[in-house]
Write a protein that binds this ligand. Structure first.
Ligand code: NDP
Length: 301
């Protein structure tokens, strides 16, 4: 099977590509740049080349679209434009390329986010929950999903991804840093939900969605046991054998991170109903399993 991956150079993309190669899939990356030293070590096509030669995707069975400007930056007006604009542009480019193909890929697995469900300390959300667009990120995700629906591929999976926990990128190394320094503690009230997923389950579930023809539409890419910020911190402290005593006030987070602080101060409890209904087996169903494994991997490397 041949799979095209956009954003293959990113945190999830690199791990996914490595996983696909180990499983014997043929992978081609689609990127803004192309050079022989680019990681991961797969052939890359630039967006410009693909637009002039759409047939380069002619024999591709699946597309995984992970590309988009990082949200991990201060959300100035121009940053917000890049965060939304990059995702809409990528969707538009894929639409343009795929519509010119005689033989189209059978499935598109596209990244999306759980912020589409809104913020709550009391509710639980699954794929049947309505969208609740109350902030910038939720509106990005809503427009992103709408744009992806325009790409003419028969089966589209919209992965509403939670916070992906891995040692080689994403939020986790930053989240545990205060614990390594001995000044870990809850952030804000500590009651905000963290719907997370271990990177290994993340890449496995992408393969599961590609191969399971009955799965389509929104799919929550989160572990079955979300935790509060306080529970997360206590688990990290327990495994790293460091204190959990230094609460960080919400006001300080807002001062340092501006609007981006919502990612740490607010959250939603999301359950991966569709994956569970289709029999997906999580290797890391609890936060204790995940943090233990990440700690072990870090010590071994
Ligand atoms: P990264 O930021 O690590 O990688 C994203 C990739 O997108 C980059 O490698 C880059 O590829 C491409 N990219 C970056 N900026 C732009 C731009 N302005 N225009 C077009 N392409 C761009 O992201 P992750 O791997 O962490 O996440 C993958 C996707 O999943 C993202 O869209 C993210 O929003 C979403 N997601 C991730 C979560 C997480 O916890 N990591 C949680 C929820 C959603 P190149 O340079 O090769 O073009």
């Amino acid at each position: 099977m041949k799979i095209a991956v956009t954003g293959a150079t990113g945190f999830i993309g690199k791990e996914l590509t490595q996983f696909f190669l180990e499983k014997g899939y043929e992978v081609v990356g689609i990127s803004r740049t192309s050079n022989s030293t680019q990681q991961p070590a797969v052939p890359f096509i630039t967006w410009e080349k693909l637009e002039s030669q759409p047939t380069l995707l002619e024999n591709v069975d699946a597309i995984v679209n992970l590309a988009g400007e990082s949200i991990d930056q201060r959300w100035t007006k121009t940053a917000k434009e890049r965060i939304l604009g990059s995702r809409l542009t990528v969707a538009e480019r894929l639409k343009h390329v795929v519509s010119q193909l005689g033989q189209k890929p059978k499935v598109l697995v596209n990244a999306s986010g759980i912020s589409i469900y809104g913020i709550s300390e009391t509710e639980t959300f699954d794929e049947n929950s309505p969208a609740c667009i109350t902030d910038f990120l939720a509106s990005v995700v809503e427009k992103w999903e709408e744009a992806v629906d325009q790409i003419p591929i028969d089966r589209t999976v919209k992965l509403r991804i939670g916070v992906v926990l891995g040692n080689r990128g994403g939020a986790y190394p930053k989240m545990i840093l205060p614990y390594k320094w001995g000044v870990g503690g809850r952030v804000g009230s500590g009651r905000q939900w963290l719907s997370w997923i271990h990177i290994e389950d993340m890449v496995r579930l992408i393969e599961f969605c590609i191969n399971n023809e009955n799965i389509e539409g929104p799919v929550n890419a989160t572990a079955p046991n979300p935790v509060t910020n306080d529970q997360f911190g206590r688990t990290v402290a327990q495994i790293l054998k460091r204190p959990h005593w230094f609460p960080v006030p919400a006001a300080l987070m807002k001062l340092i991170f501006g609007e981006l602080s919502v990612l740490l101060l607010e959250g939603q409890r999301v359950i991966p109903k569709k994956l569970l209904d289709h029999g997906f087996q999580f290797y890391y169903p609890t936060i204790l399993d995940a943090v233990k494994d990440l700690y072990r991997c870090e010590r071994e490397n």
